[in-house]
Design a protein around this ligand. Structure first.
Ligand code: ZN
Length: 95
């Protein structure tokens, strides 16, 4: 094994599986399942790296980070809870 060569610029589509060291890990699009609080979230067409020999799967790290940013309300710059400025509808004069 040659570890000195760093995979810097060239995008590699044929990655050796770290589990079995024989298979090739390929990018596939699967349905990703995750729990948000007590709700099961399913994300279709989620990028995952799947070994064609042992079947080891590893979801794409950047995609997971992106998903976590989407799902967690704390990290968002725009908080979704705006209900405190609510009761203006009742002030609207009816014809
Ligand atoms: Zn494998």
């Amino acid at each position: 094994m040659i570890m000195s060569e760093e995979e810097v610029s060239t995008p590699q589509y044929n990655l050796l599986c770290p589990e079995c060291q024989t298979g090739v890990v390929r990018l596939k699009y699967l349905t990703y399942f995750t729990w948000l609080n007590e709700e099961l979230i399913t994300v279709p067409n989620f990028p995952a790296w799947v070994c064609d020999v042992c079947g080891r799967r590893e979801y794409d790290e950047r995609a997971i980070t992106w998903l976590n940013t989407l799902l967690s309300p704390d990290t968002g710059h725009h908080p979704k809870k705006r209900r405190s400025t609510g009761p203006r509808h009742s002030d609207h004069p009816l014809p």
